[in-house]
Design a protein around this ligand. Structure first.
Ligand SMILES: Nc1nc2c(ncn2[C@@H]2O[C@H](COP(=O)(O)OP(=O)(O)OP(=O)(O)O)[C@@H](O)[C@H]2O)c(=O)[nH]1
Ligand SMILES: [Mg+2]
Length: 287
C-alpha cells in the first residue's frame, strides 16, 4: 500500500527515502533542528514584531554578545487597510469574477489559518473560520477598499475530504493561479509549529513551474517560544532556497495576537503600489 505522505514533515520523508527510515533518523532531524543557531538580528526582529523576548540566561549569552547596527530602531506606524468586503465566490473557473484590481492569493494546508489571516490583516471578522479543517470550499474574493483584492482559497492536503473533491479544489486553484493575470503574489501560509510539509513543497513546485511569485507566511507563531520560532524561520528559509520564484524573506505572524500583522500589511501595501518606495525602504533600513 502507498504511504500517505500528505501530513509528513519534509525532513522526515527525505531522510526516510534516503536511508530506509528508522526512529534514529527522525531523532537526528530533531537534533539538527535544535542545532540551528539563529543570529541575534533575527531574534531582535522577532522581538520587535512582538514574539516575546530572549531570556537573560547563560544559554543565550553568546547570542547577546553579538553586535548589531541599530539597537533602537524607530517603530513603524500602524498601517490600516480600508474596509474589506466579499464580492465573489467561485467553485469553477467560469465563475471567476472579472479582475478590476490587482490580487494577492492565500493558499496553504487546511486549517493552517488562511482565513483568520485575512481577517487579521483587514481588522475584521467577515471571513468565516473554523477549528475544523476544510471550511473554505471555494475561492473567495474580497476587495480591500479600492486598493486591491485578497483571495482566500480552500486548503490542500486535507485528509478527510474524498479524493474527487480534493482533486477538484486543486484543479480550481491551479487554473486560477496559472491563468489569472491580475495575481501579483501568492502567500503560502504555513503553521509555525510544523514548518513546510511534503504537500507544501509539492504546491511550491507547481508555483515555480507556473512562474508565480510566492512568499511563505508562518502563522500561529504565538504557539511557539522565541528560540524555536527563530529556528523554524531559518529552517523554512533554507527549504525554499532552491525555488526561483520564492521571496527570500519569510513573513512571521500571529492572527491571534496580531504580532507581525502590521509588518505584513506594510509589505502588501508596498507590493500593491500603495506605499512610496522611499517610505518603505527608509523604514526597512531602520529594522
Ligand atoms: N493560536 C492561533 N490560532 C489560530 C491562528 N490563526 C488561526 N488560528 C485558529 O486555527 C483554526 C483554523 O483557522 P482558519 O483560518 O479557519 O484556517 P484555514 O486555513 O482558513 O482553514 P480551511 O479553510 O479549512 O483550509 C481556527 O480555530 C483559528 O482560530 C493564530 O495565529 N494563532
Ligand atoms: Mg479557510
Amino acid at each position: 500500500m502507498l504511504q500517505d505522505i500528505r501530513h509528513t514533515r519534509l525532513t522526515n520523508i527525505t531522510s526516510k527515502d534516503r536511508k530506509g527510515g528508522s526512529a534514529a533518523d527522525q531523532l537526528s532531524n530533531r537534533q539538527k533542528f535544535k542545532q540551528i543557531d539563529p543570529p541575534l538580528r533575527l531574534y531582535e526582529r522577532l522581538e520587535r514584531l512582538g514574539f516575546g523576548t530572549l531570556r537573560r540566561t547563560k544559554r543565550y549569552q553568546s547570542v547577546r554578545q553579538q553586535k548589531t547596527k541599530d539597537k533602537h530602531p524607530v517603530p513603524d506606524p500602524e498601517y490600516k487597510l480600508p474596509l474589506m468586503s466579499f464580492f465573489a465566490g467561485a467553485k469553477t473557473p467560469a465563475s471567476f469574477p472579472p479582475a478590476h484590481l490587482e490580487e494577492v492569493g492565500f493558499v496553504g494546508r487546511s486549517n493552517v489559518g488562511k482565513s483568520s489571516l485575512l481577517n487579521s490583516l483587514a481588522s475584521t471578522t467577515i471571513v468565516r473560520t473554523s477549528d475544523k479543517p476544510g471550511l473554505t470550499q471555494q475561492i473567495n474574493f474580497f476587495s480591500v477598499g479600492r486598493l486591491f483584492t485578497m483571495v482566500d482559497m480552500p486548503g490542500y492536503g486535507f485528509a478527510f475530504v474524498d479524493d474527487d473533491q480534493r482533486q477538484q479544489w486543486r484543479q480550481l486553484m491551479e487554473t486560477y493561479i496559472g491563468e489569472r493575470k491580475s495575481l501579483k503574489r501568492v502567500y503560502v501560509v504555513i503553521d509555525a509549529r510544523h514548518g513546510l510539509k511534503v504537500a507544501d513543497m509539492d504546491f511550491l513546485k507547481m508555483l515555480d513551474m507556473k512562474r508565480v511569485k510566492f512568499q511563505v507566511v508562518m502563522t500561529k507563531c504565538d504557539l511557539q517560544v522565541l528560540p524555536t520560532l527563530a529556528r523554524r524561520v531559518m529552517a523554512v528559509q533554507d527549504d525554499i532556497k532552491g525555488f526561483r520564484n520564492a521571496v527570500k524573506d519569510v513573513l512571521v505572524v500571529s492572527s491571534k495576537t496580531g504580532a507581525g500583522v502590521n509588518q505584513m500589511r506594510k509589505e502588501m501595501l508596498f507590493l500593491m503600489g500603495h506605499l512610496k518606495e522611499k517610505d518603505f525602504y527608509v523604514e526597512k533600513n531602520k529594522q
